[in-house]
Design a protein around this ligand. Sequence first.
Ligand code: HPA
Length: 272
Amino acid sequence: MDRKQVIEAQTYIKEKLKVQPTIGLILGSGLGVLADEITDAVSIPYADIPHFPVSTVSGHKGQLVIGNLEGKQVIAMQGRFHFYEGYTMEQVTFPVLVMRELGIKQLFVTNAAGGINESFEPGDLMLIEDHINNMGTNPLIGPNDDKLGDRFPDMSQAYNRELITHAKDTAKQLNLKVQTGVYVGNTGPSYETGAEVRMLRYLGGDAVGMSTVPEVIVANHAGLSVLGISCISNMAAGILDQPLNHQEVIETTTRVKQDFLTFVKEMVKTLV
Ligand code: HPA
């Protein structure tokens, strides 16, 4: 991690802002619509920000949206960088460090994931209580920035317990069903085999996806409080007798978009 690059990106963004954001939001596949709810927004395409990874996928809406959400100042990533796209772990997690440098204290990380737990249904929202890094690498490999965090950061409460309690209380108040569980981060881009999904279930996984874990490791290292939400977009491979496809992922996230929006907005609103 090159701290100078983080500062240059932060400086560029900060010059465009009137207020300082306190909450960061990383919006996963099909969940970017939350950024459309932000008012008095300043939008900055990733391509304009110094040292930000350049998106290679055409039609990819990669931008930061910064402004007011339910009375709080937030900075949202509309589109994230995935390891499977060929970005390095450093590139995937660079925006987290920039958001931290801009002053956020809390990071909400969202994703679409396959349900491993057979009691889940497509369309469920799952609060991430813990994760399993199954990506075979770690974004903190390399020299440690001691000013940022420890060489060997604690990950025993990677997902902030108070934020989980707040999320559960909010769901109850809204009469919204939420699941809780363990998210497994795989590299992708191929979906899992049925045998891999059975293995992940034996290992304690409840949902599987191709993101989130790198950002959450870096966020914890840098002292941010993390809340993770998965939208269960499909049952993981082998559970139902049908092939997986990305279309299903997008269709499900679109279907539950309203619940997701209501849930996250209410959480942000009532956060102290
Ligand atoms: N597996 C991995 N990643 C995913 C899935 C899945 O079933 N669904 C959405 N992202």
